[in-house]
Write a protein that binds this ligand. Sequence first.
Ligand SMILES: [Zn+2]
Length: 115
Amino acid sequence: MPDRIQLVSLAWLERHASRPTGDPVVFTGDELTDLATRFRVGADSSSDGYCRGDWRVAQLLTTTAHPDAFPAIWSTDAEGGERYRCRDHGCDCGWTYTYVPGEPMAVPAAVREST
Ligand SMILES: [Zn+2]
């Protein structure tokens, strides 16, 4: 079975983060490798890849206006058509993400902690 990645998390980072130069983020191959390890469903949080991915996320989040809206944690799998809406989590940028059937859905860390 192929790895299941929280693509919504990667898409959110690309939409919201910027480089120190102010340029939008387009992930490099190395970043994508680390982030894919970090956001694999069932990832081993003690692995090197996970730690590197976590470090990259922390860096990227320092450049975002609403880091609390970042969909960080896997919640459940989509039936298809569900949406992640930034505005539901305090970011009014208008960004939404539509899940395909079977895709891992994610919620912000604060949401997971409060439920
Ligand atoms: Zn947003």
